[in-house]
Ligand binder design. Structure first.
Ligand SMILES: NC(=O)c1ccc[n+]([C@@H]2O[C@H](COP(=O)([O-])OP(=O)(O)OC[C@H]3O[C@@H](n4cnc5c(N)ncnc54)[C@H](OP(=O)(O)O)[C@@H]3O)[C@@H](O)[C@H]2O)c1
Length: 305
């Protein structure tokens, strides 16, 4: 049995669906007030109902409720967690979910005899990060390493699906300029979420993924300006790019993402992926292919009644 925590989110839903399609027995942790059914209509979540209809076994619980995690882990051989509270509010915070919730899940998994724990972190998770979210991810990584369970830490660069869609595609499709912080010329190995999902699935069976932290980036490093000019070529029109200083509002982007967006202009983050992609049999999606596929998906979604 594989427990997927975060299955009602974007990446977790993609992973849970692929596991179910592959015939794996899947359990999902579903929280009582999950907004997934509504968010799914905007493509921002995976409805629990659809996963249950596809064969997932639901366990109702919450990362803030250790008793529910013990129940969810009972009999599971593997735990995959993609959960995070970045899009939530109220009682769900970096402290209660990222730090204490992840620790409680790791403790529950160890107590239940889980054999392999797959944790989705972030490439730049670090104990001293100025971003509390990234510092908490690093704390969870350390907790998992110390747990004694076999683990895989998947540490992705920024998701194309989030950053290129929200910063470049959606404004451009509305006829608005693309807004970048600073130069917008720093290059990052943005990665397609489906490729991150492919690494998670590969990690389940690949011995080389055991007790490893796998940094997962896209096949090339690109800037927001590169993406805007490629998307302009696809749309066959110029997409204006305007630059704002750090701290200014970024239209269309949740406020919680503004500091991260600003941080992108202070460094480049290319990732040499050829060896890892070959070793795990993952075909990484180039930026242009992602933009074309995402455009087709957005157009189909817009035509739906
Ligand atoms: N976006 C990026 O560029 C990026 C880059 C690197 C790494 N990552 C990491 O990738 C992972 C997947 O991201 P995503 O976009 O798929 O996330 P997402 O769509 O926001 O999904 C979040 C999931 O976490 C669950 N969750 C939140 N608080 C919870 C709680 N208290 N108890 C139980 N479940 C809770 C949500 O459940 P509900 O249905 O109840 O809301 C949802 O299933 C995250 O760990 C993220 O940090 C993202």
């Amino acid at each position: 049995m594989i427990l997927v925590v975060g299955a009602t989110g974007c990446l977790g839903g993609l992973v849970a669906k692929r596991l179910l399609r592959g015939g794996w027995p899947v359990r999902i942790l579903v929280s009582e007030h999950s907004p997934s059914e509504e968010l799914a209509q905007q493509g921002l979540a995976t409805p629990a109902g659809a996963l249950i209809a596809a064969g997932a076994q639901p366990v109702y619980g919450d990362l803030k409720d250790p008793a529910s995690l013990a129940e969810a882990c009972r009999g599971a051989e593997t735990v995959i967690t993609t959960a995070n509270a970045a899009a939530r509010g109220g009682a769900d915070t970096v402290e209660t979910v990222e730090r204490q919730g992840n620790r409680a899940l790791i403790d529950a998994a160890r107590a239940a005899g889980v054999k392999h724990f797959v944790f989705v972190s972030a490439q730049f998770a670090a104990p001293g990060s100025p971003f509390p979210f990234l510092a908490a991810k690093a704390a969870a990584e350390a907790c998992l390493r110390d747990s004694g369970m076999a683990y895989t830490i998947i540490a992705p660069n920024a998701f194309m699906d989030v950053w290129l869609t929200q910063v470049v595609m959606l404004p451009a499709l509305q006829g608005l300029p693309v807004t970048v912080v600073g130069s917008g010329r720093r290059k990052h190995a943005f990665v397609a979420m489906r490729d991150v999902g492919a690494f998670i699935l590969a990690a389940l069976e690949h011995p080389a993924a055991r007790n490893r932290r796998l940094v997962v980036g896209g096949p090339e490093a690109v800037s927001f300006r590169d993406a805007a000019s490629t998307f302009g070529r696809i749309l066959e029109r110029d997409i204006p790019v305007r630059s704002v200083p750090p701290g200014q509002p970024l239209p269309g982007l949740p406020q919680a993402m503004w500091p991260l967006a600003a941080s992108f202009d202070y460094f480049d983050s290319p990732v040499e992926m050829r060896g890892t992609a070959r070793a795990f049999g993952v075909h990484l999606t180039p930026m242009e292919a992602f933009l074309r596929r995402q455009l087709a998906e957005l157009m189909t979604a817009m035509q739906r009644p």
